[in-house]
Design a protein around this ligand. Structure first.
Ligand code: FES
Ligand SMILES: [Fe+2]
Length: 411
């Protein structure tokens, strides 16, 4: 494993509203029967968001892309997450790497949104890098520094990455415990989907969603609202058919639930029917359900019989996120003669549910900014929200406690 960079943000003092909120978290620990929601300011405060950038996004695994979107050597996608521009690249050797996309000359960001490249040449002054990030050209620089010396210090930094089920994750501080051992329950549940072998369509970005990143996972992970907000169109996957899992502190990277359909090969569209042929390795029971999973903090996926749809959540601020939306299915399905129409129908079907969730998330974000915003109790069907908070509070406290010796040493 070559050296990877520790790119964690500088530590921040725990003062003001961040200290206040940390002191109020314990009421959000525990089972759904007892716990409260997080304090509203955890969804609205810019200071708390800065704290999360360090405590959560810098220190855990964040999903960037699925390998199905970069199947060929030289394929790449660009992602900017937690303020850091990156390239997810499949090298000449077929290996997927996560590289900084910041040119080592004066910082121009390299690459298009996605593409296939033999090298990355900076448009500004034509410094060039190979797919492993090595500097291969720097015109005229020999006048100040021999190229052999320059290339020792001017390669694109590589971030620590891990691939699970075809999803490429990055860890910015380089010190997170490995991801896969903390995803055992979900890995077993999804084994027959064979997600690492599935093909993918190009992702689509929905930018400027005016709500906190946690709303996305909360909305997706609780079935309570599906009987009401999605009344009628969600009836084939009723909330009372939802199977939860118990919180397991040693297997905590994912929070997930299953919903059994009222029929075989259900799908999220007005016909409630999967449009593509089913993934052939699935059992009938697996074709009769969907698995909704949050791989915290920023991957949400829904695995049904014919496709897996997924959202890469890209927080922009305390109150704004970009959603990068993707779809996986078998390569055979992608080569289906009617694939364009079936894809369009699948995405439009999911979009009907999403449109309702967009309104709900937007209106909830408004309410959370009110001085009378609630810190609620939950319904039993919101069990996953207590689990999401257990995951978050573990990270919040861990980071805050890691800073205490520094503060004490400074006294
Ligand atoms: S900024 Fe990239 S070559 Fe100058
Ligand atoms: Fe929803």
């Amino acid at each position: 494993m070559p050296n990877t960079v520790n790119a964690a943000l500088p530590e921040m003092p725990i003062t003001g509203i961040v200290a206040d909120l940390l002191g109020r978290l314990d009421a959000s620990l525990g089972d759904v029967k007892d716990a409260l929601a997080l304090p509203p300011e955890c969804y609205t405060s810019p200071e708390w968001y800065e704290f999360e950038r360090r405590a959560v996004f810098d220190r855990d695994w964040m999903v960037l892309a699925h390998v199905g979107t970069i199947p060929d050597n030289g394929d790449y996608v660009s992602v900017e997450i937690n303020g850091e521009p990156m390239l997810v690249v499949r090298g000449r050797d077929g290996e997927v790497r996560v590289l900084s996309s910041v040119c080592r000359h004066r910082g121009h960001v390299l690459g298009d949104a996605a593409g296939n490249a033999k090298n990355f040449t900076c448009p500004f002054h034509a410094w060039s890098y190979d797919l492993e990030g090595n500097l291969t050209a720097a015109p005229e620089m020999n006048g100040t520094l021999p190229f052999e010396d320059l290339k020792k210090t001017a390669c694109l930094p590589r971030f620590r990455s891990e691939t699970w089920n075809g999803f490429v994750f990055v860890n910015l501080d380089g010190e997170a415990p490995p991801l896969a051992p903390r995803l055992q329950g979900l890995s077993a549940l999804l084994a027959n989907h064979g997600m690492s072998e599935l093909g993918a369509i190009s992702t689509v970005d929905w930018a400027g969603n005016p709500w906190n990143w946690k709303f996305m996972q909360e909305n997706a992970m609780e079935p309570y609202h599906t009987s009401y907000l999605h009344s009628g169109i969600h009836d084939f996957a009723p909330a009372h058919n939802c199977d939860f899992t118990e919180w397991d502190d040693s297997d905590d990277a994912a929070i997930y639930r299953e919903v059994r359909f009222t029929h075989l090969d259900g799908g999220f569209n007005v016909a409630a029917k999967a449009l593509f042929p089913p993934i052939p390795t699935l059992t009938e029971a697996e074709r009769s359900r969907i698995v909704f999973a949050a791989v915290m903090p920023n991957l949400f996926l829904g695995a049904q019989g014919d496709v897996v749809f997924y959202y890469v959540i890209l927080p922009q601020s305390a109150g704004t996120i970009t959603l990068r939306v993707g779809l996986l299915t078998t390569w055979d399905n992608l080569a289906h003669p009617n694939a364009p129409a079936l894809l369009r129908g699948t995405l439009e079907g999911i979009g009907i549910f999403n449109d309702q969730d967009v309104v709900a998330n937007t209106q909830t974000a408004r309410g959370m900014r009110s001085r009378l915003a609630p810190r609620s109790r939950w319904a039993p069907a919101e069990k996953t929200l207590a689990q999401l908070n257990a995951w978050l509070i573990k990270r919040y406290k861990s980071y805050a406690q890691s800073l205490i010796p520094i503060a004490e040493a400074a006294e």
